[in-house]
Design a protein around this ligand. Structure first.
Ligand code: THU
Length: 162
């Protein structure tokens, strides 16, 4: 038996004022994306803003459905929108935030495993790591470079990769 460890690296910021102008603007775009959240079931709004190489920003928000599993997270709404409209786009960074009237969100909301798996595929496809900002409105912001720092045991099967 061998005991092994992963080392995961991330940055923590106290608030928007500690971020670069570009990262701050992207976080504010993620906040703007909350406005289009369709979340009548969870009442938990999630917004994502993706910055493409060249400067374009694409927004996404969670879209729920009365058949609960038919809904989709904000991150994948935005990632798949880009994949289907501009398949050669390179995503440099993305910001994610959340809001609800039901309780106070005190920590950055991090992405679910399914969204991380999709982000990992995008990285592999574009051959460039993505910077991810998890933005807690009025709180901490976590910044991670590369999905390996979020999903170290990512599913990958080289014999299935085209
Ligand atoms: N949600 C996201 O949009 N992103 C995630 O990474 C996790 C969860 C959404 C799905 C659902 O609409 C709501 O948050 C509550 O789970």
């Amino acid at each position: 038996m061998n005991e092994r460890n992963f080392s995961i690296s991330y940055q923590s910021f106290k608030g928007l004022e500690e971020l670069s102008e570009n990262d701050k603007a992207l976080c504010l775009k993620a906040e703007e994306a909350l406005n289009t959240s369709y979340s009548p079931y969870s009442r938990f709004k999630v917004g994502a803003a993706l910055q493409l190489k060249g400067g374009q920003v694409v927004l996404g928000s969670n879209q729920e459905n009365v058949a609960y599993p038919s809904g989709l997270c904000a991150e994948r709404v935005a990632l798949f929108a880009i994949g289907s409209s501009d398949p050669n786009a390179v995503i440099e960074s993305m910001a994610i935030t959340a809001k609800t009237d039901n309780f106070v969100i005190e920590k950055p909301v991090t992405s679910c495993g399914a969204c991380l798996q999709v982000m990992a595929e995008v990285e592999q496809k574009q051959k460039q790591e993505i910077e991810v900002l998890f933005y807690c409105i009025n709180g901490e912001i976590i910044k991670v470079k590369g999905i390996k720092n979020l999903l170290p045991f990512v599913f990958t099967e080289v014999r299935l990769v085209v």
